[in-house]
Design a binder for this molecule. Structure first.
Ligand code: ADP
Length: 410
C-alpha cells in the first residue's frame, strides 16, 4: 500500500443527496491553506437508486486506481462502512489508518434561518438538522446519516456542517418574507435559498479574478440540473431565486421553477391531484424534460433541436426567457452590475446559453467575446475588452469550499 502522501491535515468531504453519497479526501499541508484548490487523494460515490435494492459504489484515487462494486442497499450502515473503509484498506487505500483523517466536512442542505455560517457538529447542531428535515425531507436525513456513520466509524472526530442555506441568510426581510399570512412566516415558511456553497465560492472567486474591486455587484448563475441565481453585493448575498424549497425560481432540468400557484389549486380541484402527485409533477416531470418531452439534459434537448424538434426548441426558448427575466429581476436590488458569473454543468459548458443570457443585458453595455466564450477554459472572463460589465465562467468548487470551512474551524 502507498505511504501516506502528506503529513498535514486530512479532510474528508461528505456530500449526501437524496439518491447519492459523494465523498472526497483531501490532504492539506500543515502550514498554510493552499492558494488553489487541490485534487482529492481519493473519491468515493454511492448511487442508492440506480438499481432497485442495490447500492452501486465507485472509488477512484489520485494515482488512477478505480474500483466499482455493488452491494445490497438495505443495510445502509454496511454500505457506508464499505465506502469509508476503501480509504484505508484494499486497492484504493490512500492512508494508513482511519484515524489519519483529521476532520470531516458535510454539505447539509437545510440549516433553516438559524445557521449563517458553517459550524462544528454538536448534539445541538444534529438536533437542528433533524428538525429542519421537515423542510428538506429527502436531504437532511441523508446528511444526518453521514454524520452518524462517521461517529460510528471514526468516533469523536471533529465534524463540520456546511449549510446550503447559510450564504442566503443575509437576505433582507423584503426578500425573505412571502406575501401570504404572516403566521406562515412565523412557522418557518419563508425564503431560504439553496446552492449557497456554490454561490459563495463563485462570488469569492469572481472577486479574486476581478482584483477585488469596490463596489462589486454580481449576479451568479448556477445552472446545473438544479438552477438558481444569486445577487451578491460586496460579498453579501441580497437576493436569490430559490425560496422555501429548491423548486422556486428558474426553470430547471426536471423542476418547473416558479409557476402560478393557482395551477396547483386547479389541479387539486379538477384533476384530484394530491401532494405526492403534485410533488412528482413539479420536481420530476417538469422543466426542460416536461416541456420538451425529450430529456432533462440540455445536451440532448439541443440535439433534438438540431434534428428539427419544435417542442425541444420551445423548451429552450422558455428556459432562456425565464433565465433572462430572473436575471432582470435581480438588477434593481443590486442597483448596477459589475459582472455576471456562470457556473455548474450548463453555466460552465454551454457557451450558447451564456451568450443568450447576456443578450438581454446589452443595454448595460455587456458584450460577450464570441471567441473567448467558446474557448472557455476554467475560470475565464468572456466579455470583450471594452465591455463595462464583465462576464465570467467559473468552475464551481463546492467541496473545496467545505474543505476551506473545515480548515477555518480546525
Ligand atoms: P447537478 O445539478 O446534477 O450537479 P450539473 O451541474 O452536472 O448538474 O449540470 C448538469 C447539466 O449540465 C445537464 O443539463 C447537462 O446537459 C449540462 N451540461 C453538461 N455539459 C454540457 C455541455 N458540454 N453542453 C451543454 N450542457 C452541458
Amino acid at each position: 500500500m502507498p505511504p501516506a502522501a502528506n503529513p498535514g491535515l486530512k479532510i474528508l468531504v461528505m456530500n449526501a443527496g437524496s439518491s447519492s453519497q459523494k465523498s472526497a479526501l483531501y490532504a492539506l499541508p500543515s502550514d498554510a491553506f493552499p492558494a488553489k484548490p487541490l485534487e482529492p487523494l481519493w473519491e468515493g460515490a454511492i448511487d442508492w437508486t440506480h438499481q432497485e435494492g442495490v447500492a452501486e459504489l465507485k472509488f477512484t484515487t489520485q494515482d488512477g486506481k478505480k474500483i466499482k462494486q455493488t452491494m445490497p442497499s438495505g443495510d445502509r450502515t454496511a454500505v457506508m462502512n464499505c465506502l469509508l473503509e476503501s480509504i484505508w484498506s484494499g486497492e484504493t487505500q490512500v492512508i494508513d489508518k482511519a484515524t489519519d483523517i483529521g476532520m470531516v466536512g458535510h454539505r447539509v442542505v437545510h440549516g433553516g434561518g438559524q445557521y449563517q455560517e458553517s459550524v462544528r457538529v454538536t448534539p445541538e447542531v444534529q438536533a437542528a438538522i433533524a428538525d429542519y428535515s421537515r423542510f428538506a425531507p429527502l436531504h437532511n436525513p441523508a446528511n444526518l446519516e453521514g454524520i452518524t456513520a462517521i461517529e460510528a466509524i471514526l468516533g469523536d472526530i471533529p465534524q463540520v456542517a456546511v449549510f446550503d442555506t447559510a450564504f442566503h441568510s443575509t437576505l433582507p426581510p423584503a426578500a425573505t418574507v412571502y406575501p401570504i399570512p404572516y403566521p406562515c412566516y412565523e412557522a418557518g415558511i419563508r425564503r431560504y435559498g439553496f446552492h449557497g456553497t456554490s454561490h459563495r465560492y463563485c462570488a469569492q472567486r469572481a472577486a479574486e479574478l476581478l482584483g477585488n474591486p469596490s463596489p462589486l455587484r454580481l449576479i451568479v448563475c448556477h445552472l446545473g440540473n438544479g438552477a438558481s441565481l444569486s445577487a451578491v453585493r460586496d460579498g453579501v448575498c441580497i437576493d436569490t431565486t430559490m425560496g422555501f424549497t429548491p423548486l422556486e425560481g428558474l426553470m430547471m432540468g426536471t423542476r418547473s421553477g416558479s409557476i402560478d400557484p393557482g395551477i396547483l389549486i386547479h389541479l387539486m380541484r379538477q384533476e384530484k391531484f394530491d401532494a405526492d402527485r403534485l410533488d412528482r409533477m413539479l420536481n420530476k416531470e417538469s422543466g426542460l424534460l416536461g416541456v420538451s418531452g425529450v430529456s432533462s439534459d440540455l445536451r440532448v434537448v439541443m440535439e433534438a433541436i438540431a434534428e428539427g424538434n419544435d417542442q425541444a426548441k420551445l423548451a429552450l426558448e422558455v428556459y432562456l426567457h425565464r433565465l433572462r427575466s430572473h436575471i432582470g429581476s435581480l438588477l434593481p436590488s443590486l442597483g448596477g452590475l459589475e459582472a455576471i458569473v456562470f457556473t455548474a454543468g450548463i453555466g460552465e459548458n454551454a457557451p450558447d446559453i451564456r451568450a443568450a443570457a447576456c443578450k438581454g443585458l446589452e443595454f448595460l453595455g455587456l458584450e460577450i467575446d464570441p471567441e473567448k466564450n467558446v474557448r472557455s477554459p476554467e475560470d475565464i472572463d468572456i466579455a470583450t475588452d471594452h465591455s463595462p460589465v464583465r462576464a465570467l465562467a467559473i468552475h464551481t468548487q463546492e467541496d473545496w469550499m467545505i474543505v476551506r470551512d473545515c480548515w477555518h474551524l480546525r
